[in-house]
Design a protein around this ligand. Sequence first.
Ligand code: NAD
Length: 356
Amino acid sequence: MDARITLLPGDGIGPEVVAEGRKVLEAVAGRFGHKFTFSEALMGGIAIDQTGNPLPPETLAACRSSDAVLLGAVGGPKWSDPRADVRPEQGLLGLRKELGLFANLRPVTVLPALAMASPLRPESVAGVDLVIVRELTGGLYFGQPQGREVTPQGRSAVDTLRYSEGEIERLMRVAFDLARLRRKKVTSVDKANVMASSRLWREVAHEVARDYPDVACEDLLVDACAMYLIRRPADFDVIATENMFGDILSDEASMLTGSLGMLPSASLGRGRPGVFEPIHGSAPDIAGRGIANPLATILSAAMLLRSGLGLAEEAAAVERAVEKVLAAGHRTADLAMPGQPKAGTAEMGDLVVAAL
Ligand code: NAD
């Protein structure tokens, strides 16, 4: 395969971890006989510093003309003044909107080698292998009206949770298609006992489910889901939900694994390119020290291979290599137990390449 991949390293530890993702993709190209052409573009705080725009037009054009995008992270204290007109996160939201990325997939897998890293008991998280499919371009974060005003009664603010049936249907189809490749179960999460948007969500979820008789479908209220993610996390396969519920549940679910440094994600629309990125931020507290865990980015590169380029065998090879490195006892600082030796960012990347 001949594929063009745009790299958006971004800020903080972004460039450090993206370099390791690239290293692994280059190793995959070598081993499987593909040709990957990489180009790097500015995004986030560094793009504000150099161009005044968190998502410069050249960056968007580079992403549009590529087959997949690998992103590091954006943001940091330098750009976090709440009064600033331009912020790094605008680059992220802009990229999602411009590329029509409506589905965010966050797999949460507890590898046996890391069961001890979870704040939950190892027996509670054994066998966890779930994916949260979060709606990314609708709901409360985008609905209008949104804003605040001063009324005779004092300050008042509003956000709007609106979904159309088309937005719900396309998200549910992503979830059901994914479940077909996994354990064939979808949990649709809503708040249908209280909210009108959730009742529409549930109705459309059931309509889509009729097209997938081979996939089991259950409804769960979001508050119950938050509880079951702790009580019986291994029972979940694919969780499909709206934007804000998904935002909150996926951070909760990330703790099943114990480290943000392990969790990849994919943001997909119709067609190419998808954007693949670790769920963690730019970690300014450890940036520039060569100690960040690159595995979330390397596992995002595996998702890029599978969902972005259709290279399932190559993706599985990367995932197996990561498991092998962890099973051999190698740990970055965020995962190491007291007294255990700590591998640096580049060393961890080299170990994965060697395991490939
Ligand atoms: P963060 O994810 O950057 O860091 C939280 C904690 O986890 C820190 O202690 C950090 O050192 C640690 N951590 C994160 N990734 C790690 C890794 N790969 N290896 C080892 N340790 C890791 O979240 P934060 O501190 O709340 O945010 C920092 C900045 O990142 C903010 O500006 C925020 O807006 C931004 N952010 C960006 C994204 C994104 O680009 N998608 C996501 C979240 C936060």
